[in-house]
Ligand binder design. Structure first.
Ligand SMILES: [Zn+2]
Length: 487
């Protein structure tokens, strides 16, 4: 579970919600990748659930995965042959890559795994199972009995005329399709509807057994009642005038006689320089991608931002080390600057002992003590360096041959300088001592420091600049440095 303090905005929402027990729900469709933008909705729910728990309320926190929803469009990267499954439940469409039991699971499973990795206290409910288990039976009957009122509300709010045979319920036909049917009769005592399919054949569906679903605007209001929802966050696409919350609010009050749950409207998040997160436009960043470069609580902090009712752009490039340092600095414990971890990780690879030694000599004794934590932090830093870091922060130690090649660009003074440093360098020097040595030798040789340091970086990294040289060199095996300084 998260150890972050409950944010102020979440506390204020919780204050506005009455006595419990509470059911907090986040609803997401697995019709495509469930990205970091969707995670924001879940995290808003989590923060409010935690705020309610903190005041002693009983809270059920639910992730309602809309697995029974019909396939409406083909997500980017899905074969066109999937056209044949249009209108079929996502839970009954095959996995486009063949690795999960269904299309829905293919997109849901990685997200669910990220939630587990974040140790989130959340129940993941699949809507097709809720329908199959009868959770929606009562509200479906109610909806069918009030078809005319529901249609009226839809028409008034959206300003659109509903088709003549509109029904709140979409029964599944023999081919698997949920859409395009005409309900002929409702038999409430048998939980059954009789309907005409597209080809004019008469079929029947039992709504207590998941043989269909409510249309999604009606389902939203019905779900509040069926699950006893008291709070649900929404993205701004739902809350616009004529949007799904406006119809659901009226349906809840006027048809289902259920109080409208507490609400919070969150804004989108984007990726700096890339625009809004969107599955349909292919700008997709999955929670699991970000858990490769930061711990769960840092991810919570980044995705929620200071105030989730405002837009925020995730900064995963140049500004990321500063974000990590602010996150690490908060508990007031000593920490290694992220840029330094990035240097260490790229220098030692996966050798945790070598990393610990490098950190010790760089003056970060404390941070090197907990090896397990160090191994995790190094992995974050290494993954970030490989996947997101700007070119200027990517390092690779040159081989001796490469160093010899690179040294051809140096002049006599610079070569003499490197040789002089190599002469005085000793294995037990700390980062600060090496830094002093590099400076004083430059002064003694009458070489400008900038030119001197450029020589150092050239033979080590093949670049004119790099991480702070003293701690970097102190962290490297002594012989390795000497060899390259004497090429
Ligand atoms: Zn799959």
């Amino acid at each position: 579970m998260s150890t972050l303090p409950v944010p102020g905005w979440a506390e204020r929402i919780a204050e506005g919600l009455g006595e419990g027990p509470h059911v907090v729900v986040a609803g997401i469709s697995p019709s495509g990748h469930i990205h970091v933008g969707n995670l924001r909705e879940v995290l808003v729910g989590e923060a409010v659930a935690n705020a309610l728990r903190a005041r002693g309320e009983e809270v059920r926190f639910v992730f309602h995965a809309d697995t029974i929803d019909p396939l409406r469009k083909i997500a980017p990267g899905i074969p066109e042959s999937f056209e044949e499954f249009m209108g079929h439940s996502l839970s009954r469409v095959p996995d486009p890559e063949g690795c999960h039991v269904s299309y829905a699971e293919h997109f849901l499973a990685p997200f669910e795994e990220a939630l587990r990795e974040m140790e989130m206290d959340i129940e993941v409910l699949r809507s097709h199972e809720l329908y199959e288990n009868g959770v929606y039976t009562e509200v479906t009957r109610e909806a069918l009995e009030h078809t005319e009122e529901l249609r009226e509300i839809l028409q008034e709010v959206t300003g659109r005329r509903m088709p003549e045979h509109w029904s709140p319920y979409l029964p599944r036909d023999a081919s698997g399709k949920l859409t395009g049917h005409r309900i002929l009769e409702h038999v409430p005592e048998a939980n059954k509807v009789v309907f005409e399919d597209e080809d004019g054949f008469e079929e029947a569906a039992d709504y207590s057994r998941g043989e269909g679903k409510l249309g999604w605007r009606v389902e939203l209001a019905a779900r509040w009642k069926a699950l006893g929802v008291t709070f649900e966050p929404f993205g701004k696409d739902h809350t616009t005038s004529g949007g799904s919350t406006e119809t659901a609010d009226r349906m809840a009050r006027e048809v289902f006689h259920y109080p409208v749950p507490g609400r919070y409207e969150y804004e989108w998040i984007g990726l700096k320089g890339r625009g809004d997160m969107s599955s349909s436009r292919g700008i997709v960043l999955l929670p699991k991608d970000l858990l490769r470069i930061m711990p769960p609580d840092a991810l919570r902090r980044m995705v929620l931002g200071r105030d989730p009712s405002r837009r925020s752009d995730l900064e995963l490039g140049e500004g990321f080390p500063r974000f990590m340092d602010e996150y690490r600095a908060e508990p007031g414990e000593p920490f290694v600057p992220f840029t330094h971890l990035v240097t260490v990780a790229q220098t030692v690879g996966e050798d945790v002992d070598a990393a610990a030694e490098m950190l010790r000599r760089g003056g970060y004794e404390e941070a090197a003590r907990d090896r397990e934590k160090l191994a995790r932090d190094l992995a974050y830093a290494r993954n970030w360096a490989e996947e997101w870091a700007p070119e200027s922060m990517r390092l690779r130690l040159l081989s001796v041959e490469e160093a010899r090649e690179a040294a051809r660009d140096l002049d006599e003074e610079q070569r003499a300088y490197l040789a002089a440093v190599a002469e005085k360098l000793s294995p037990e020097m700390s980062g600060d001592e090496v830094q002093d040595l590099l400076y004083s030798t430059a002064v003694e040789s009458g070489l400008k420091p900038k030119k001197a340091f450029a020589a150092v970086y050239t033979v080590l990294l093949g670049k004119k600049s790099g991480p702070k040289a003293g701690p970097f060199i102190a962290g490297l095996p002594f012989e390795m440095v000497r060899e390259r300084f004497l090429v």
